[in-house]
Write a protein that binds this ligand. Structure first.
Ligand code: SAM
Length: 248
């Protein structure tokens, strides 16, 4: 399984949150390793500049291939393990739980190259895509534009890291989740008190009949998926039985 994440960024301070919560504990226990690298260490000149104006003109700045090349060569060479270079970009493949699960199963590590400004000179991606020892993967958090790749890097690290054995205490909690297991969105959850501000926990969840609870949860997951994500439901239609179809 993936055991290490390296991030190259001009804002290493973004990643102080990796010391917190389950990922923080996994880092302290050595289950996961994090290497956060400041891109400017590979920049030269008094200003340690990492960007320049775009060929062809236009607004904004582009991150320089020579700086990124030095940084990625060093970060990749520092560890002998197989490596995915993940490049956040709004023009990338959508980040999905299926892809996250595949990445978590891979041996080695993930190096995330965080762009800023108008992004990274295209030749960087093309160059590393030619290397046999590296898989380059451009991914998007969604159909909107962020200022930089750092938030996307954190989302990727948390989504993949929590699937690594030992990071989440109870692995069963990873199975019945939205986009996992059955692939549906998850049913609603409730805890004490049984009545709050005039809203009651559904009676079936308090009766102790596990078969009925399972049926209620499945029906709720189907209804939520149909209402919010018909695209998710339509991919699963062939797997639905008669009871499932009756719930829709
Ligand atoms: N000019 C680029 C475009 O239109 O595709 C957007 C550049 S954006 C302002 C700067 C950086 O933010 C990108 O290089 C990328 O690293 C990151 N970014 C922005 N939106 C993202 C998204 N939806 N998913 C992943 N990364 C994103």
């Amino acid at each position: 399984m993936v055991a290490r994440f390296d991030v190259v960024t001009i804002f290493p301070e973004f990643f102080s949150v990796l010391d917190v919560s389950l990922l923080g504990k996994a880092g302290q226990a050595g289950t996961l390793e994090f290497g956060i690298h400041d891109l400017r260490e590979w920049a030269s000149g008094r200003h340690r500049s990492v960007d320049d104006t775009p060929y062809g003109g236009g607004a904004g700045m582009v991150m320089r291939a020579d700086v990124w090349g030095r940084a990625l060569d060093d970060v990749i060479a520092a560890q002998p393990s197989p490596c995915v270079v993940a490049v956040p970009t709004p023009a990338g493949e959508p980040l999905t739980q299926r892809r996250v699960a595949e990445l978590a199963q891979r041996e080695g590590r993930i190096v995330v190259a965080c762009g800023r400004y108008e992004g990274i000179d295209r030749r960087v991606i093309d160059h590393y895509a030619q290397r046999d020892d590296v898989d380059v993967w451009e991914f998007s958090l969604g159909d909107y534009v962020l200022n930089g790749g750092e938030v996307a890097a954190l989302a990727l690290i948390e989504a993949v890291g929590r699937l690594v054995t030992g990071v989440v205490g109870n692995p069963a909690s990873l199975v019945e989740e939205s986009h996992s297991g059955a692939g549906l969105l998850e049913y609603p959850a409730y805890t004490r008190p049984p009545s709050w501000r005039g809203l009651d926990v559904p009676g079936v969840l308090r009766e102790g009949n596990h078969a009925k609870v399972d049926r209620w949860r499945r029906d709720a997951a189907l209804a939520i998926s149909a209402a919010r994500r018909p695209d998710v439901l339509s991919r699963l239609l062939a797997d639905l039985d008669r009871d499932d179809r009756a719930a829709l």
